[in-house]
Design a protein around this ligand. Structure first.
Ligand SMILES: *Cc1c(COP(=O)(O)O)cnc(C)c1O
Ligand SMILES: [Zn+2]
Length: 428
């Protein structure tokens, strides 16, 4: 390969020069970026990466951007947190969370994919970019496009959460609400991209977009001290992220940055939109599309573009997939916040609830090193918690009033909590 990266068909292997193209002309299968690993070998070393910026751009040598490209936005390099208190609750003993709830600038892992997609949009000379989105992608495209000076059209299902609509419009992007679900929106975007010659990050720029997700995998390995975990638990919408974390690990092994090891991949979906988890559970090699009905709207893709590949990646790794109800999603959001101080959106509730179930069912053993991938921030889906917390009457600003309030409170507490308040002294 003379150039650092190019497109290749996932099924027939036909190669294409870099272009805004996502489907093979010969067999209509999806195209994928292949980076020239040998050419990257000299720059993609532990030492050079460590000298790079504290952002996803430290892995630039294996991202499809021009060699001299300087990423204008420092997304990525989010914390990998040990999660001992959550672990204790769910019967785990070696659990981490990769916290992309604090990915900047728009608080979801979509900042990573958009960073790479818009670099490609610049290379191809587009002046207008856009996307079809279940919310987080809209926010990320709007923010990154503002910084790069693109005109932006973003198409979303009409029932999107208000916070995600506002978080798109504030950047000056044109937001078009479509009277339909994500799958309708996506189909329309393909037609618009052709008709107007716009760069749609998850349509004609999709192969480049998808590579951005690899940085989640690189970071997990580097943050674990350049080793791979035993298990990854990952939410799935289109099914791209989970396959790209796997690809990232494979590249790291091939380049000798980590020791080879079998990593099991576990996919997480909401039961109200679970086409990939159903395929994994039934052993089907095709995806039966669904009509989404769940509060986890960022994962509500009924006909996932990479669903078949995600299901295959999971099965070939010896992993599994699960799906959880909306009620379980809400409790898991609370559980993660209460135990680890991480407020995630509904997608993170899905991942956390599925992680708990995988331990409960013995699919993951307590001592295995497991990373649960938290992909988005709870501030964007506060409506999922509407009515969960009661708003109490205000207390007058006097100590005696607070004392009276506190006595009333105590009546609602258990013995253990009361003893903690009393500093161990008996309060009975
Ligand atoms: C888009 C998204 C996902 C899933 O990504 P895919 O690559 O489409 O599977 C997961 N979590 C959040 C918060 C997202 O916005
Ligand atoms: Zn092909």
């Amino acid at each position: 390969m003379a150039i650092a990266y190019e497109l290749q068909c996932r099924e027939c292997g036909k190669r294409y020069e870099n272009a805004p193209l996502s489907i093979c002309e010969a067999c209509f299968s999806p195209l994928e970026v292949q980076c020239d690993l040998e050419a990257a070998r000299k720059d993609f070393t532990r030492e050079k990466i460590a000298q790079g910026p504290d952002s996803m751009w430290r892995y630039k040598a294996l991202l499809p951007v021009p060699e001299e490209y300087v990423g204008p936005t420092p997304s990525g390099w989010t914390p990998l947190l040990r999660a001992p208190r959550l672990a204790k609750r769910i019967g785990a003993n070696n659990l981490y969370i990769k916290n992309d709830a604090v990915c900047t600038p728009t608080l979801s892992f979509k900042d990573r994919v958009v960073s790479v997609a818009l670099a490609a949009a610049q290379t191809f000379g587009f002046d207008t970019v856009g996307c079809s989105s279940t919310g987080n992608l809209a926010n990320a495209v709007a923010a990154h496009a503002a910084r790069l000076g693109f005109k932006t059209y973003i198409l979303v299902p009409a029932d999107l959460e208000p916070a995600k609509i506002l978080n798109t419009q504030v950047y000056g992007a044109k937001l078009v609400r479509i009277d339909g679900n994500y799958d309708h929106v996506n189909r329309l975007c393909s037609q618009i991209a052709d008709r107007y010659n716009w760069g749609f990050v998850n349509v004609n720029l999709r192969p480049y977009y998808a590579e951005g997700s690899k940085t989640v995998g690189y970071e997990i390995a580097e943050q674990l001290g350049w080793r791979l975990p035993d298990n990854i638990v990952c939410p799935m919408a289109g099914g791209s992220l989970i396959t790209k974390i796997k690809k990232a690990f494979k590249e790291l092994v091939e380049l000798g940055l980590v020791e080879d090891k079998e990593v099991r991949f576990f996919g997480a979906q909401a039961t109200g939109c679970s086409p990939i988890s159903v395929a994994v559970k039934t052993g089907a090699d095709h995806i039966e599309p669904q009509k989404p009905n769940t509060i986890a709207r960022s994962l509500a893709i009924g006909n996932p573009a990479d669903g078949v590949y995600a299901a295959r990646a999971i099965r070939n790794s010896g992993g599994w997939a699960e799906d959880v109800s909306d009620v379980e999603i809400v409790s898991a959001i609370q559980e993660l916040a209460e135990t680890e101080g991480v407020f995630t959106e509904t997608a993170g509730g899905v991942t956390t609830a599925v992680t708990a179930r995988l331990y409960a069912h013995g699919r993951i053993k307590p001592d295995e090193l497991t990373v649960s991938v938290i992909t988005g921030n709870g501030l964007k889906t506060t409506d999922a918690l509407a009515g969960v917390y009661e708003v109490e009457e205000p207390v007058r600003p006097r100590l005696t009033d607070f004392e009276a309030y506190f006595e009333r409170q105590k009546a609602t507490l258990g013995i253990e909590e009361l003893e903690a308040i009393a500093g161990g002294a008996s309060v009975r």
